[in-house]
Design a protein around this ligand. Structure first.
Ligand code: PGA
Length: 255
C-alpha cells in the first residue's frame, strides 16, 4: 500500500452547479483521511466555483492547451486553469486521445506546459482490448509513457508528487470490467521501469494510479496491489456516497 495514496475523481462531461453539493460532501469526508490526497477534476465550467468551496481536496482540469494563450477557439490554457483555482490537470485521457486525435507528442507538450504554469499533472496511458488480446499491451503502454511524459528537464526542479501517471486500460473505462490485479501489478511494474529510466532517482516522486471501473467494492484490492499509488475514478466519483467509500478504502489502515 502506498503511504500517501492519490484518489482523483474525473467527472468528465458531467456536472452543473447543482453538483457542487457533492463536492462539498466529498471535501468534508476527505478531511477525515489526512493521509489520502483527494482531488476532483470537474468540467472547466465548475472549477472556479468548486475551488472556492472546498479546502481539503484538490481541484483540477481534464485537459489544457500546450500554448499559454492565443488563437485557439474553445481551448483553455494551463495558466487559465491556475487562475481560476485549479492545482492540477489530467492530460492524455484515452477519451481525448480518441475523440480529439491527441498524439503522445501533443500530450507531452501539454504536460510540460502545465508544469511550467505551476500545475500538477496526471498523464494517462492505457491499451485497447485489441492491443491486449494481441499481446501488445506492455509495448503500447511503454511507448505512451516514453512519448507523453514530461521530459527529465521539465521535472528537475519540481517537488515530488507533481507528476503522476494513470494506467487506464481503455476496455476497463466505464465498462464495469476491471483489470485483474495481477495484470495491474505487472503493468505498473513495467511503467515504473520506464519512469526510472527517464527520471532516475526522481522517479520515486511519481505515483502510478490505476483507473478503469474502480468502485467501492474493488477499490481495496486494487489499492493494496504492489505499485498502485492511487486511483483515477470516473463514474464512481460523481456522488459523494460512492466516492467517499473509495477514499475510505484508501484511508483504511493509514489514519
Ligand atoms: P470509470 O472511468 O471509473 O468510469 O471507468 C475512469 C476514467 O476514465 O478515468
Amino acid at each position: 500500500m502506498h503511504a500517501n495514496p492519490y484518489i482523483v475523481g474525473n467527472w468528465k462531461m458531467n456536472g452543473t452547479r447543482a453538483m457542487l453539493a457533492e463536492a462539498r460532501a466529498i471535501d468534508r469526508a476527505a478531511a477525515r483521511y489526512p493521509a489520502v490526497q483527494v482531488a476532483l477534476a470537474p468540467p472547466f465550467t465548475l472549477i472556479h466555483a468548486m475551488a472556492d468551496e472546498v479546502s481539503a481536496i484538490g481541484v483540477g482540469g481534464q485537459d489544457c492547451h500546450a500554448q499559454p494563450k492565443g488563437a485557439h477557439t474553445g481551448d483553455i490554457s494551463a495558466a487559465m486553469l491556475l487562475d481560476c483555482g485549479a492545482d492540477f490537470v489530467i492530460v492524455g485521457h484515452s477519451e481525448r486521445r480518441k475523440d480529439h486525435g491527441e498524439s503522445d507528442a501533443e500530450i507531452k507538450a501539454k504536460a510540460e506546459a502545465a508544469l511550467a504554469a505551476g500545475l500538477g499533472v496526471i498523464v494517462c496511458v492505457g491499451e485497447t482490448l485489441e492491443q491486449r488480446d494481441a499481446g501488445k499491451a506492455e509495448k503500447v503502454v511503454g511507448a505512451q509513457v516514453d512519448g507523453s511524459l514530461p521530459s527529465a528537464e521539465a521535472i528537475a526542479e519540481l517537488a515530488p508528487g507533481k507528476v503522476s501517471v494513470a494506467y487506464e486500460p481503455v476496455w476497463a473505462i466505464g465498462t464495469g470490467r476491471v483489470a485483474e490485479v495481477a495484470d495491474v501489478i505487472a503493468m505498473h511494474a513495467a511503467i515504473r521501469l520506464r519512469i526510472e529510466a527517464a527520471y532516475g532517482e526522481r522517479a520515486d516522486g511519481v505515483r502510478i494510479l490505476y483507473g478503469g471501473s474502480v468502485n467501492a467494492e474493488n477499490a481495496s484490492g486494487l489499492l493494496e496491489a504492489e505499485g498502485v499509488g492511487g486511483a483515477l475514478v470516473g463514474g464512481a466519483s460523481l456522488t459523494a456516497e460512492s466516492f467517499v467509500a473509495i477514499i475510505a478504502a484508501a484511508g483504511a489502515e493509514r489514519d
